[in-house]
Ligand binder design. Structure first.
Ligand code: AMP
Length: 281
């Protein structure tokens, strides 16, 4: 496994890579990241993992400085997962002095995370476009865990005619349902147990829909009731949305997505799940 810190070195080596799959990460790897790496390993000649805690997607009061880091462990796990190249640039390599051009995502980025975290998706889209230009992958892998991010990136690829296939990978969870996240490291053992109630509530909504509930306010009321059973969780938002536009729905249609954010011990957790009605027989 090769460690690359400079764009010039990427450029020099790119011609020998064949079909490249890129997995962008901010490090502190867990099974969610590893599932993306395995998917990339299965389908490409060369797997490139970027490891970069992107400052421009953090707000001024967010956890950039405290974001968990363990580079030796990340390199060990990446190597075991069959990564060929780890691209680990400094912030100055990605954003040299005078950097002044941004990708401004549209309607998909306005609500939910975009509303709570101003400029977050501008930072995400900008760094992802830069990584795409630096690495020039044929495919790039993103987790459904960050559903709105996946949509924003896919739309950018479509709108800018980027010759890259975006591969969406399912959310990897703990056995109690908690979606894996680097930020779970901030939680105490009690916090982790309480946090699992977020996914439990989303799965309950899934079942209600499957059993025939069509009324979204009713569905949300029941989901809120489950969330309220866990006092350590404070809901930030909970919504049933169109899976393509992320606009809220009043009535369930063929397919929808339930999305949620909640605070647990001061840590902001996000999760989401597909919502489908009963199968037509
Ligand atoms: P991050 O390091 O948090 O920026 O995440 C890097 C990539 O891993 C993103 O595409 C995330 O959506 C994805 N990811 C994070 N957590 C999970 C998870 N639990 N399951 C699947 N993918 C995940």
């Amino acid at each position: 496994m090769k460690l690359v810190e400079r764009v010039a070195q990427l450029r020099a080596e790119r011609p020998s890579w064949g079909r490249a799959g890129l997995v962008p990460t901010m490090g502190y790897l867990h099974e969610g990241h590893l599932s993306l790496l395995r998917a990339a390993r299965d389908a490409n000649d060369t797997v490139v993992m970027s490891l970069f805690v992107n400052p421009t997607q953090f707000g001024p009061r967010e956890d950039l400085a405290a974001y968990p880091r363990d580079i030796p462990r990340d390199l060990y796990l990446a190597s075991n997962a069959g990564v060929d190249v780890v691209f680990m640039p400094d912030a100055d390599e990605v954003y040299p002095a005078g950097f002044d051009t941004w990708v401004e995502p549209g309607a998909l980025a306005v609500r939910w995370e975009g509303e709570r975290r101003p400029n977050h998706f501008r930072g995400v889209a900008t760094v992802v476009l830069k990584l795409f230009q630096m690495v020039r992958p044929e495919r790039a892998y993103f987790g459904e865990k960050d559903y709105q991010q996946l949509k924003v990136v896919s739309k950018m690829v479509e709108d800018f005619n980027l010759p890259i296939e975006i591969v969406a990978c399912p959310t990897v969870r703990e056995s109690d349902g908690l979606a894996l996240s680097s930020r779970n490291a901030y939680l105490s053992d009690d916090g982790r147990r309480g946090a699992a109630n977020l996914s439990r509530a989303l799965f309950h909504a899934q079942r209600l829909a499957f059993d025939g509930e069509r009324d979204v306010p009713q569905l949300l009321a029941e989901t809120h009731a489950i969330l309220a059973e866990e006092p350590s969780l404070q809901v930030d938002y909970l919504a049933v949305v169109d899976p393509a536009s992320l606009e809220p729905l009043d009535e369930l249609r063929e397919s929808a997505r339930i999305i949620a954010a909640a605070f647990c011990e001061g840590v902001r957790l996000i999760d989401n799940a597909p919502i489908e009605g009963p199968p037509t027989t």
